[in-house]
Design a protein around this ligand. Structure first.
Ligand SMILES: *[C@@H]1O[C@H](CO)[C@@H](O)[C@H](O)[C@H]1NC(C)=O
Ligand SMILES: *[C@@H]1O[C@H](CO)[C@@H](O)[C@H](O)[C@H]1NC(C)=O
Ligand SMILES: *[C@@H]1O[C@H](CO)[C@@H](O)[C@H](O)[C@H]1NC(C)=O
Ligand SMILES: *[C@@H]1O[C@H](CO)[C@@H](O)[C@H](O)[C@H]1NC(C)=O
Ligand SMILES: *[C@@H]1O[C@H](CO)[C@@H](O)[C@H](O)[C@H]1NC(C)=O
Ligand SMILES: *[C@@H]1O[C@H](CO)[C@@H](O)[C@H](O)[C@H]1NC(C)=O
Ligand SMILES: *[C@@H]1O[C@H](CO)[C@@H](O)[C@H](O)[C@H]1NC(C)=O
Ligand SMILES: [Zn+2]
Length: 332
């Protein structure tokens, strides 16, 4: 049980972790909830089988596991997970607006960034040699990292640590640019337009996804121009989208001026309203792509199961074939 006296401490720690890592709790839950509505029946069954029992087959319930394991207050063995911290993001060269897998993610060796992690864990989830613990880990990382990779500042500039070292004012609140995009803008939207209820906001996003963006979904599911096509996990393309958003709307204010650590920022209604549209687009794209990837992996696993079935079938029919052959030889 949590001691009440520890609460302020926990809140402070939570604020710190949110500021360095990815979509906050709401963003991650929303991406997972959106994806959940798009799972095929077989994928939903697979997810339920491989998530911890208490998650009840609901991806939203494990969507911040990958963040929680990094901190002492949420994971007693957090030091054992420290290796996974760099897998939540990648930094791009300042003002380049380009993601280069080779240099930005050290593709020839470690691949220790969100791009490498998505390739790693999608491949692992499809690998039948892995044990249950490893499959569960892979699934939980995929649910988290495919959301992270759609937060534009997870492909942000290297010198300001993806916006973490740029501080400014958001309607009277002092925040850094990274947590503004992770958490603060989303919270303002939920609090001001959806009676502080994430579930109402989710319904709104589901309507947007199926309505206004319905015709875009097949485009977002394309994954043809790289080598990442097997599982539809086009992480390098998604990070390139981040890099472009960073240069067009994240680090650029509504007057076209760059936001840097030196300038800071003072967010206007106009910045908030226009950028919020992109936040929502990215949450929806993240949900669509997370579902696509899981659906595809499970489909391929099912297909190879089918191949095994065929092999079993032909093994079973071997005696019959032998019998026909014998008859053929005998009657000739
Ligand atoms: C595999 O796919 C087929 C056809 O879509 C489906 O009927 C079957 O239930 C799936 N098997 C599993 C194990 O999900
Ligand atoms: C997970 O989600 C289900 C609803 O789908 C809920 O009943 C359950 O309490 C949740 N579990 C946890 C651990 O959050
Ligand atoms: C999944 O769990 C989340 C968080 O507990 C909850 O908000 C959501 O409604 C659940 N989804 C389903 C489909 O039960
Ligand atoms: C791939 O997954 C394994 C198992 O979790 C891990 O040890 C390794 O560091 C991962 N590599 C990347 C690039 O994600
Ligand atoms: C959605 O599709 C329409 C029509 O093809 C296109 O004009 C628009 O740019 C697309 N929007 C996004 C966000 O991809
Ligand atoms: C795809 O893989 C091949 C061989 O591994 C490599 O030469 C090529 O550059 C890769 N293409 C992309 C777009 O990553
Ligand atoms: C930000 O702008 C608002 C409204 O223009 C102003 O009241 C506030 O003092 C500004 N804050 C800072 C830190 O400049
Ligand atoms: Zn993260």
């Amino acid at each position: 049980m949590l001691k009440l006296s520890k609460l302020p401490h926990l809140v402070a720690l939570f604020a710190i972790f949110v500021s360095v890592k990815a979509w906050g709790r709401d963003g991650h839950a929303l991406v997972a909830d959106l994806a959940q509505t798009l799972l095929t029946f077989e994928a939903a069954t697979f997810v339920k089988l491989h998530l911890p029992l208490e998650a009840n087959g609901n991806m939203s319930n494990v969507s911040v596991w990958a963040d929680n394991i990094l901190y002492a207050n949420t994971e007693p063995n957090y030091l054992n997970w420290r290796w996974s911290a760099p897998l939540h993001y990648v930094n791009t060269k300042d003002f380049s607006c380009v993601y280069d897998r080779q240099t930005d993610c050290d593709w020839a060796s470690t691949r220790g960034c969100v791009d490498g992690a998505i390739q790693n864990y999608t491949t692992r989830l499809g690998d039948k040699q892995l044990d249950e613990t490893q499959l569960e880990e892979a699934l939980k990382f995929i649910i988290h990292f495919i959301a992270d990779v759609h937060q534009p500042l997870h492909g942000g500039f290297a010198s300001d640590l993806g916006g973490n070292s740029i501080r400014g004012d958001f309607f009277g609140q002092t925040v850094n640019l990274h947590s503004l995009w992770d958490t603060t803008m989303i919270q303002r939207k939920i609090n001001t337009k959806f009676q502080s209820q994430r579930s109402l906001y989710l319904n709104y996003l589901i309507d947007q996804m199926n309505g206004r963006f319905g015709s875009n979904i097949s485009d977002w599911s394309q994954c043809s121009s790289t080598n990442d096509t097997r599982y539809l996990a086009c992480s390098s393309i998604w990070i390139q989208e981040d890099a472009e958003l960073c240069c067009k709307i994240v680090y650029l204010d509504e007057n076209g001026d760059w936001i840097t650590a030196a300038t800071g920022f003072n967010i206007t209604e106009e910045y908030y309203n226009t950028r919020m549209e992109s936040v929502e687009l990215r949450l929806i794209q993240g949900g669509v792509r997370l579902a696509n990837v899981i659906n595809r992996i499970v489909h391929l696993i099912n297909q190879t199961d089918g191949t095994n079935d065929t092999q079993t079938l032909s093994a079973a029919s071997l005696p019959l074939i032998a019998f026909i052959l014998i008859c053929f030889v005998f009657f000739n």
